[in-house]
Design a protein around this ligand. Structure first.
Ligand code: DGL
Length: 267
């Protein structure tokens, strides 16, 4: 494994590009290979076993591409598969749950933390466990928001319909007085300005993407695997289906144009 090897990132689809966006910002010299499992998205409603199997197939493919670290950008895949991947693969595997949980515990003042995510992520209890492992006194209020993913995919980031749904989903957080809300899904950072208005200024929103990129930076530094400053950070984007759709929509999540998307079928 060498500092010049790429970082492997995967997600159920294009949403994980919000994590790539942060990685590029914080680690501009790194090469990145991104795999979006667009043939099998969404992972949110799928069983833990199925998500583990998909994650294992993708990690195997990324290792074949000689990546130096794997970032599981998908919250649902992290919730169901991270432990198995860390056990079964001989390289560092970083998920999005732990960094998000740590940031939430640092941010809260009243120890009341809200978490939103897909059904799979919320039902797994992964954020509850990660937050309580750091702070026993934290009170966690979790809410699945399954309609947010299709709304973001549709580009409805701040329509009246999206606001109404957000008000409905986020009601428990206002009545329970949480002061920190974890955006526990790849798609939610795109809703951040609207969500901030719905929950109010006193609630701090935690974006797992930022924290995960910072964690990746720490892991690479610890292992002397940071790309040398002169390296050019080229990026390769791979989708398991509909690469054209990925190319068109990806820009919104990445915040930059994508030139080419390869198609690789797994399973
Ligand atoms: N990437 C998923 C996550 O962060 C959201 C989309 C899906 O359900 O696959 O949980």
């Amino acid at each position: 494994m060498s500092p010049r090897d790429p970082i492997g990132v995967f997600d159920s689809g294009i949403g994980g590009l919000t994590v790539v966006r942060e990685l590029v910002r914080q680690l501009p010299h790194e090469r990145i290979i991104y795999f979006g499992d667009t043939a099998r998205v969404p992972y949110g409603p799928k069983s833990p076993d199925t998500v583990r199997r998909y994650s294992n197939e993708i990690a195997t493919w990324l290792v074949e591409q000689r990546v130096k670290v794997i970032v599981v950008a998908c919250n649902t895949a992290t919730a169901h598969a991270l432990e198995n991947l860390q056990r079964d693969f001989p390289l560092p595997v970083i998920g999005v749950v732990q960094p998000g949980a740590r940031a939430a515990v640092c941010a809260t003042r009243n120890h009341r933390i809200g978490v939103i995510g897909t059904l799979g992520t919320i039902n797994s209890g992964a954020y509850d466990r990660a937050i309580h492992a750091i702070s026993r006194e934290a009170d966690v209020v979790a809410q699945a928001c399954p309609l947010f993913v299709p709304l973001v995919e549709e580009g409805w980031l701040d329509t009246e319909a999206t606001r109404l749904i957000a008000r409905e989903y986020l009601r428990p957080f206002t009545s329970d007085h949480v002061d920190t809300l974890v955006l526990g899904c790849t798609h939610y950072p795109l809703l951040k300005p609207m969500l901030a208005q719905v929950v109010g200024r006193d609630v701090r929103l935690i974006d797992s993407a930022e924290e995960t990129a910072a964690e990746t930076c720490r892991v690479l530094t610890e292992r002397n695997l940071v790309a040398p400053p002169g390296s050019v950070g080229t990026h390769r984007f791979v989708a398991s289906d509909a690469p054209d759709h990925f190319l068109r929509q990806g820009q919104r999540f990445l915040g930059a144009a994508i030139d080419e998307v390869e198609k690789v079928t797994l399973g």
